[in-house]
Design a protein. Structure first.
Lengths: 400, 400
DNA sequence: ATTATTAACTCAAGCAAGTTGAACTTACAA
DNA sequence: TTGTAAGTTCAACTTGCTTGAGTTAATAAT
């Protein structure tokens, strides 16, 4: 089913208040702490309106007074800052054989993360396991369940426009399941479902190298290679929620002795055949190295393993091509690379990227580097899931 | 200067009304005509709120009563439809040696279009010429200037985030000029400035093959090749307004005897070296054919000119690659191709596109063709400019 | 030291716009 | 002929932002 025109929905006083709360919270978050008059100026609201919103946020425990600040004459302004413990968000990553969970506080700080093996990945088994993990996390951190603002669940796509089901997914048994509704019922809190790249992209916004940016691209290394796009503070999801399939785009293949496929005019290959973790593992396996864990990969990196070095070389070249495409099509303020690779691999991969001079991104007035390294490691997707919830507090929901 | 986080601005009752007016107008537009109760159900507003908005829109001349409609029992509902003459929008295209103007009514119907040669393209000369063209159009159509809702001006980029200036643009003398402010002063109406591809994309939404869609990509053939992305009814502009530089992405080069450039690992070339109007003209010139006008191109197409045929073949192959990239990165409901090419060229170009089966876009449940042909011809950009204004009436401004 | 100025905040009244519920109108059905 | 359903209007109510007057406290000027 195609998305059609979104039937925009009407607004009223209640939604206006919700919007303005988001605006105020977002400003406090970005500035660290602010006074009422500053917020009024920044938001265009009257001081009185800001004052009422502050009072309501303080009642809800989201804000704390943070001293006073005097700038020259006049009454010193009481400053307000986020209460880090004013709320928490859970993030889950559901994979074929494991589920991960993270807990972030309002400031986007990691409180706990945990991974469990998953034996049955049918919907009800997964729901049970997430529910169990939620209980464990709350018990281990002492966080009151009433402070949970929601959960973000990261799952492999593809998605359909009607919520979040998948057709020929990596996960069996999930055809046409509305995962959001399912988990929301199981966990008794609001749930957002996203793919790994989108979640990781938002994770970088909530705590990472793009906190001050609202337009950027995030290249995520999971099993394959994904792309999360943040545009004007919002995720770009595409018509059916499957935008950012960077791994599918064709890149020129370096001469590695592999024959070109028939039907493809040149020696082109999908990016995920060159620059994904599974490709690396395949190459290592072909060379007789049975490698699977991050620790093993780190050891190979430390030993300057030649197969790994060659892969890094080839993968960086392919990524350079992909980054060029992303820069020209999305015009991001920066391109961040991160995900489920150890830093020992990710860092040389990012450093190996060489960008063409001739590009829209080659502006004179840019303040960010064109390429940056973002969060990495096993929990970057789950962290991103929790970040989706945190981020939604600070970002007015522009639609609906 | 990078965009940073957009400081979202607060909302109030006045903006709520503006938003709801857009919602209601948009629904009437999509449905053709509607009654109050239908709009209330579709928007989530109360019937009374809709009623008040309808009254205000009718006072403003934007709506007309369009009979009654009875569905079974109950009071027959008075229907409302857009008043085609309730407002007009101007669209301009500023090029190196010409300026074009179009006038669209509220329904997106073309009322007039005109092209004038441009001798001096410095800012004040252009402003004068546009002002003159506005007067001419109003005089020739008898439209009252008070019915002008605004103008959309299409100019070549690149843009900067601070409004709409350009640095190393095709147009000289325009460095760091705020074109929007300039034209708005000259024309005494609100002005939007966009690049050709974005404007043409919105043009297709206002009257074209994507009226019922809110996620699509538009590949625009101007001097080069551009891409306009509409996502959830909004243009995707990127961090500095320069998203969609499709012409810059590298595509595999068919064996046409041209030597590969040094530094590029394979025989890759920017798309606009393969699939742009200027490339076609160059090839024709190299073959001794001094062709410049659309009429001459149409004649060559009718004569099955071999140089043109070869170009069509090569360009379609390159475009196939580009469409594949666009499908996978943006996940649009469809990809539309259009712009400043005559139909005699555009149609075979679109028909020549062959798409890989293996793609995110290869869904089972798609309702639109993957590739469609959109508006073409000399005025497609200027039309798009006017469409920007019309579209803004029906699309709630989600930010700011 | 006293007074003026300035900035930030609070209080109370006012306003705009959406919501709610009762009353009215019309068409179809029993 | 009467009842029911659907659409609309009217009037009272509610929410939330704005406005303007009054209060407080820090700095600057006298």
């Amino acid at each position: 089913m195609s998305s059609g025109s979104p039937t925009f929905t009407g607004s009223n006083a209640e939604q206006t208040r919700r919007h303005n709360r988001c605006v105020v919270l977002g400003q406090i978050r970005r500035a660290g702490s602010m006074g009422r008059a500053d917020m009024a100026r920044a938001s265009g609201l009257s001081v009185q309106a800001v004052s009422n919103i502050i009072a309501s946020l303080e009642r809800d425990g989201m804000l704390l007074e943070a001293g006073q600040r005097s700038r020259g004459r006049g009454l010193p302004a009481p400053q307000y800052a986020l209460n880090p413990d004013g709320g928490y968000a859970l993030g889950f990553e559901v994979r074929l054989h494991s589920t991960s969970v993270t807990l972030l506080n309002l400031m986007g700080e990691l409180r706990l993360s945990q991974r469990l093996p998953l034996t049955d990945n049918d919907p009800s088994s997964v729901s049970r396991q997430l529910r169990q993990q939620m209980r464990t996390v709350l018990a281990n951190t002492g966080v009151d369940s009433r402070l949970l603002l929601g959960a973000g669940v990261v799952m492999p796509g593809p998605f359909t426009p009607t919520g979040l089901a998948n057709t020929s997914s990596v996960l069996p048994h999930w055809q046409d399941i509305d995962a959001g509704r399912l988990f929301s019922k199981a966990l008794s809190i609001p749930v957002l479902v996203e793919n790994d790249a989108n979640a990781a992209a938002v994770g970088e916004h909530v705590s990472g190298c793009t906190e001050s940016l609202s337009n950027y691209a995030f290249i995520y290394f999971g099993t394959g290679v994904g792309l999360g796009i943040v545009h004007q503070g919002q995720l770009f999801r595409g018509g059916s929620g499957n935008a950012g399939e960077l791994g599918h785009i064709l890149v020129p293949m370096p001469e590695t002795g592999i024959a070109p496929r028939p039907g493809i005019p040149m020696r082109m290959t999908p990016l995920e055949n060159m620059a994904s973790r599974s490709t690396l593992l395949q190459r290592l396996a072909a060379a007789g190295l049975k490698t699977t864990t991050d620790a093993e990969l780190e050891a190979l990196a430390a030993a300057d393993d030649p197969v790994l070095q060659q892969w890094l070389h080839d993968a960086s070249a392919s990524l350079s091509h992909a980054v060029h495409v992303v820069e020209n099509l999305f015009d991001p303020d920066t391109v961040v690379l991160g995900g489920a690779l150890p830093d020992a691999i990710l860092t040389p991969l990012v450093e190996g990227i060489s960008l063409a001079e001739h590009s829209t991104a080659q502006r004179t007035n840019r303040v960010m580097p064109r390429v940056m390294q973002g969060h990495s490691g096993a929990f970057s997707a789950a962290r991103g899931g929790a970040a989706l919830v945190i981020n939604s507090l600070f970002t007015p929901h522009t639609l609906s």
